[in-house]
Design a protein around this ligand. Structure first.
Ligand code: GDP
Ligand code: IMO
Ligand code: MG
Length: 409
């Protein structure tokens, strides 16, 4: 059975936590997109793990994790991350595989990424990890894949510095390399989780272009770049927060107004600890945007939603969510493709009552306060998609499962 988990907003929805939770029942975890721009946090027994390239699932001693074809991998960052895990007692050897069709991020890409963004009239605010350059080189057919490392002809066009740097990793990468399609064919009866990075609105095609990342962070990416075809995907989960965050630049219609909503803004940022895992930048915060969520759900065939960070609202008397936009006086209910329209979109907000009590210890859906369940019911109706899991804290155990995605309906 193959389950895809993607972010349904602008990233940092809690994908790492949810994939880690679901990985308990999986045999393989395949990350299908992005690179070291991602930061996926897992909290287990008070210990925090920040993963960037390594798929969530690595913390279980018996799971194999795979860096898929759609990823762009910086080997230096990868081996640093693996050393960090080892220092925390995670024995990863023999359990981390890399698709031999995945592309490698070279040091010159990181440099060019930073230079390009600094030269933009409106910078995207990239993570500076060489991601966009790597996908551009891939599209221009000048990239280097794992499978190319043994082929001197493929490396001929590289600069001296990149070539020397690459040589030091080739030997360590070789035993981790796997031909993903036959590997997954051989495991076709296994439970496989496909882990997305970034989010639907950062996807190169369906996101808020040009303020996006450059990989396929959409659900279809799992099929194109995860080693299976589209008909092999059994279920697609979209993870979203009770509110919205965004790191980097670009339109964000529900972003809190710094003058009129600054108290709310700092409450959410501090309570939800909304600082980037990769860059440490404070995340921009705002109310839940249901227009964007419904768009993400439709564009990605999301069949179940996973709501996270509901506990962050515990202390609020009331809160709001966006149910439409007003763009230059016109009411809009479909997510606009123009960033100019999005930049001018004023959210039409609906109020919800808060529950004013801690929900972090709740493990059964019926035990959530009525106000919290009313919020969930409204989201389900608006997005036309059931919410099958609710997360009420960062720890693996702080999870409410209404319907296990592993059970076929
Ligand atoms: P990802 O990129 O989607 O994996 O998400 P990040 O790890 O970048 O950001 C999510 C942050 O929220 C991390 O610090 C998580 O530990 C934390 N987190 C995840 N789920 C919850 C939740 O339900 N409640 C709270 N309070 N924190 C959560
Ligand atoms: P996870 O997997 C949030 C954002 C960057 C920037 C834009 C382009 O943790 O959800 P890039 O370096 O990819 O070219 O930057 O995309 N971005 C993310 N924002 N979460 C992420 O990943 C992100 N990965 C990239 O901040 O705005
Ligand atoms: Mg993140």
């Amino acid at each position: 059975m193959n389950i895809v988990v993607i972010g349904a907003q602008w990233g940092d929805e809690g994908k790492g936590k949810i994939v880690d939770y679901l990985a308990g029942d999986a045999r393989l975890i395949v990350r299908f997109s992005g690179g070291a721009n991602a930061g996926h946090t897992i909290v287990l027994g008070g210990e925090q793990y920040a993963l960037h390239l390594v798929p969530s699932g690595i913390l279980y001693p018996d799971k194999t994790v795979i860096l898929g074809t759609g990823m762009v991998i910086d080997p230096e960052a990868l081996f640093n991350e693996l050393s960090g895990l080892e220092a925390k007692g995670v024995d990863w050897k023999g359990r981390v595989l890399i698709s031999d069709r995945a592309h490698i991020v070279l040091p010159s890409y990181r440099r060019i990424d930073k230079e390009l963004d600094a030269a933009r009239r409106k910078p995207i605010g990239t993570t500076g990890r060489g991601i966009g350059v790597s996908y551009a080189m891939k599209a221009s057919r000048d990239g280097v894949r794992l499978a190319d490392l043994g082929d001197p002809e493929r490396l001929q066009n590289l600069g001296e510095e990149d070539r020397a740097w690459l040589a030091q990793w080739a030997e360590r990468l070789a035993p981790m390399s796997v031909d993903l399609v036959p590997y997954l064919r051989a495991h076709r009866n296994a439970y496989v989780l496909f882990e997305g990075a970034q989010g639907a609105l950062l996807d190169i095609d369906t996101g808020t272009y040009p303020f996006v990342s450059s990989g396929m962070s959409c659900a279809a990416g799992a099929a194109a770049q995860g080693g299976v075809g589209p008909r092999s995907i059994d279920r697609i989960l979209g993870v979203f927060k009770a509110y919205t965050t965004r790191v980097g630049n670009g339109p964000f219609p529900t972003e809190f107004n710094p003058s009129s909503q600054s108290a709310l803004d700092s409450y959410i940022r501090e309570t939800g600890r909304e600082y980037g895992v990769t860059t440490g930048r404070p995340r921009r915060c705002g109310y839940l945007d249901l227009v964007a969520l419904r768009y993400a759900a439709t564009a990605n065939s999301i069949d179940r939603l996973v709501l996270t960070h509901l506990d962050v609202y515990d202390e609020l008397d009331e809160f709001e969510a966006c149910v439409a936009y007003r763009v230059r006086g016109r009411l809009v209910e479909d997510f606009p493709s123009s960033v100019a329209d999005l930049a001018e979109a004023e959210p039409v907000l609906r109020k919800f009552r808060g529950w004013k009590r801690p929900i972090g210890a709740v493990r059964a859906y019926e035990e959530l306060p009525r106000e919290a369940r009313d919020y969930v019911a409204f989201i389900e109706e608006y997005a036309e998609t059931p919410v099958s899991m609710v997360s009420v804290g960062s720890d693996r155990n702080a999870t409410i499962v209404r319907e296990s995605p592993w059970i076929r309906s």
